[in-house]
Design a protein around this ligand. Structure first.
Ligand code: HEC
Ligand code: HEC
Ligand code: HEC
Ligand code: HEC
Ligand code: HEC
Length: 224
């Protein structure tokens, strides 16, 4: 798919016609395709080359996501940490644990660990982490409780409908930027107020203060 739609091209209608044609083909080639796990993606949790646990590192040890995913606030793509980041601790901690053998090998040979990518938007969709994270949208909204996952799984659908549901009502998700990586955070409630009501009140304030207006009707916002 990589070069079908050059990034420089702004001729959206052509892109959409091509996409629709591809879709039409997919429908006539059999509906079963839509029901296979790979298409819906929710629950996809491949076995990684190292049994790295977010539950231990982000949950029990309380490490901030940005210690490892350090570009998430500044770039479109987040990043998977280099072996160096693991070895900041693991030259000392668990230095003989066989579960870390592949990390030590990568460290010695200089060859990166081949982590399997889990989340991937199609090439015709534009997505930007920094635009969300710096506007108070937490990782949990799109990735679920990663800090409780022994193995990362694709927790939310990331379908167009998923994106648009939030873009139409962003107040349901906005929180102070400082709380974006605290996945279990909840808004403080006033007397007699439910958590949902408190979220809507705070979210509405933040939406107004930051003049939040995510693309929903403008197709080119996400298909550029
Ligand atoms: C100690 C480093 C470290 C910390 C801290 C960490 N991660 Fe990760 N993360 C990784 C590594 C390594 C991978 C790739 C292996 C895997 O999927 O488990 C990864 C993978 C992921 C993925 C899947 C990426 C893909 O391929 O689609 C998500 C989502 C993610 N992390 C979110 C988080 C969130 C949210 C936090 C904070 C609550 C966090 N991570 C904290 C190291 C870390
Ligand atoms: C800030 C320090 C720190 C960093 C950075 C770190 N770890 Fe760890 N890791 C630990 C500690 C502490 C433990 C032991 C936790 C325990 O036994 O409860 C551990 C345990 C582990 C284990 C063994 C788990 C088990 O069940 O025996 C693996 C595998 C592991 N880490 C992989 C990684 C990888 C891969 C990275 C880099 C992406 C990484 N760690 C980065 C501190 C760290
Ligand atoms: C608004 C939804 C959303 C939020 C919020 C979000 N992500 Fe993602 N994340 C995605 C999507 C969509 C992808 C697939 C990106 C792609 O293919 O370009 C992804 C991919 C990733 C990846 C794989 C590398 C990459 O960029 O493709 C990591 C790691 C990751 N996210 C970590 C995080 C962390 C950590 C946070 C919070 C600080 C976070 N994400 C917040 C939607 C989100
Ligand atoms: C939980 C809420 C939420 C979800 C889910 C979400 N977004 Fe957003 N999105 C936002 C908010 C908030 C903004 C910031 C709008 C602003 O700053 O005015 C935004 C902004 C954007 C922008 C404009 C930023 C820019 O760089 O121009 C794009 C494009 C975008 N989102 C794409 C997506 C895509 C694609 C998905 C699904 C994979 C998605 N979003 C899922 C809340 C969300
Ligand atoms: C908030 C971001 C966003 C906006 C705005 C948006 N889309 Fe999408 N669109 C997506 C994402 C994400 C996918 C990929 C869905 C997937 O991977 O399952 C997608 C996929 C598609 C597809 C492929 C079929 C499908 O559903 O998977 C078509 C066609 C499409 N969009 C048309 C449009 C049109 C027309 C508009 C304007 C009315 C529009 N999109 C606005 C995010 C968006």
């Amino acid at each position: 798919m990589a070069n079908i739609f050059p990034r420089s091209s702004n001729w959206i209608p052509l892109k959409l016609i091509v996409i629709l044609a591809v879709l039409g083909g997919a429908v006539s080639s059999g509906m079963w395709y839509y029901f296979t796990p790979k298409y819906t993606r929710v629950g996809y949790a491949p076995v990684q080359p190292v049994p790295f646990s977010h539950k231990i590192h982000a949950g029990q040890l309380g490490m901030d996501c940005r210690y490892c995913h350090s570009f998430v606030e500044t770039a479109a793509h987040s990043n998977i940490p280099t072996t160096q980041v693991c070895m900041n601790c693991h030259t000392q901690v668990q230095a003989a644990n066989p579960k870390l053998a592949a990390v030590r090998e990568s460290w010695q040979t200089g060859k990166p660990i081949q982590w399997i990518q889990i989340h991937k938007t199609p090439d015709y969709v534009y997505f930007n982490h920094a635009a969300h994270v710096n506007r108070g949208v937490s990782c949990v909204e799109c990735h679920g409780r990663v800090d409780k996952m022994e193995v990362v799984e694709h927790a939310k659908s990331h379908s167009m409908d998923f994106c648009l549901t939030c873009h139409r009502n962003p107040e349901t998700a906005l929180r102070p930027v400082a709380e974006v990586t605290h996945l279990g955070w909840e808004p403080a409630t006033k007397e007699g107020e439910s958590v949902t009501e408190a979220q809507t009140r705070l979210g509405t304030e933040l939406k107004a203060a930051w003049k939040i207006n995510p693309p929903d009707k403008n197709c080119a916002g996400c298909h550029r």
